[in-house]
Design a protein around this ligand. Structure first.
Ligand SMILES: NC(=O)c1ccc[n+]([C@@H]2O[C@H](COP(=O)([O-])OP(=O)(O)OC[C@H]3O[C@@H](n4cnc5c(N)ncnc54)[C@H](OP(=O)(O)O)[C@@H]3O)[C@@H](O)[C@H]2O)c1
Length: 258
């Protein structure tokens, strides 16, 4: 990516205080964008700011994507302060509580839905008028868990499945308005979200046995696909779903038999 790919562009990354969101913010900033990261924890945002590429423009705003009024106000304020909004990356999410439908209570179910689905809806709705004005785009961070089921992740599977098809709906509805909407679908990237799983040797061994590339991904490897989808290089890409999973999704689920 050239240093000036995003010069003059304004980008919002929700959940930009860690992991994939932080790596994405740094990559957009390295490409010349003015980047606003939104998350609920000031200390995490500060850490991302301190690691920003030299000379880049990275701004932190504390906010909760599940709070309709707050996220709408933040998105509008960014567009007003910086004169435009070119890209919204809907990255903030939680996978907790884990569990089956029998395990999860209504509060836990709502926590996942309000962050992972309501948050994408609220931020996208707020961003669309600004994106229409400049021919911008949305990149949703879905998941392999939104393309198929996991054991014991019912709420997260439901939420990320909704993000997958909301991406399709928005690509259809807003393509003619000049707004592209695409999604990346990571699996097993080393971040805070997966730190617990990655400390469990049995889970690591079982997971690596299923991933053709036999390693976990790095946040930067998801970030590079997200920035590609937002870039001029993807100007005719709309409604695309790109897996960032080391080949996990290429399997039909059968074990090694030869
Ligand atoms: N890591 C993986 O293997 C993997 C696989 C598939 C999909 N994904 C997806 O990748 C995205 C990024 O996850 P990650 O792995 O980078 O995990 P992460 O490091 O935990 O990042 C999630 C970020 O979202 C923020 N966040 C959570 N709830 C929020 C809310 N209500 N409002 C605003 N920000 C909120 C968190 O910060 P605060 O708590 O401070 O707000 C955190 O910085 C998520 O959409 C996740 O579902 C990850």
């Amino acid at each position: 990516m050239a240093e000036d790919t995003f010069t003059g562009k304004v980008v919002i990354v929700t959940g930009g205080g860690s992991g994939i969101g932080a790596a994405t913010a740094h990559r957009f900033a390295a490409g010349g964008a003015t980047v606003v990261i939104i998350g609920r924890t000031q200390a995490k945002l500060d850490k991302v700011m301190s690691g920003a590429p030299t000379g880049s423009t990275l701004i932190a705003r504390v906010g909760d994507v599940s709070d309709e009024e707050e996220i709408t106000g933040l998105v509008d304020a960014v567009a007003q302060e910086h004169g435009r909004l070119d890209t919204l990356v809907n990255n903030a999410a939680t996978c907790e509580p884990l569990g089956t439908v029998s395990d999860i209570d209504a509060t836990g179910w709502r926590r996942v839905m309000s962050t992972d689905v309501d948050g994408v809806f609220f931020a996208s709705r707020a961003a669309l008028p600004h994106l229409r004005a400049v021919g911008g785009s949305i990149v949703n961070v879905g998941s392999a868990s939104g393309l198929g089921g996991d054991w014991g992740l019912a709420a997260y599977n439901a939420a990320k499945g909704a993000v997958t098809n909301l991406t399709n709906a928005m690509a259809l509805d807003h393509g003619a308005e000049g707004v592209r909407v695409n999604a990346v679908h990571p699996s097993m990237i080393s971040t805070d979200m997966t730190a617990g799983f990655l400390q469990n040797d049995a889970i690591v061994a079982a997971a690596l046995n299923r991933v053709p590339m036999q390693r976990f991904g790095e946040p930067a490897e998801a970030a590079s696909v997200i920035t590609f989808l937002a870039s001029p290089a993807a100007s005719y890409v709309n409604g695309a779903h790109i897996r960032v999973d080391g080949g996990l999704g290429a399997s039909n689920g059968n074990p090694h038999i030869a």
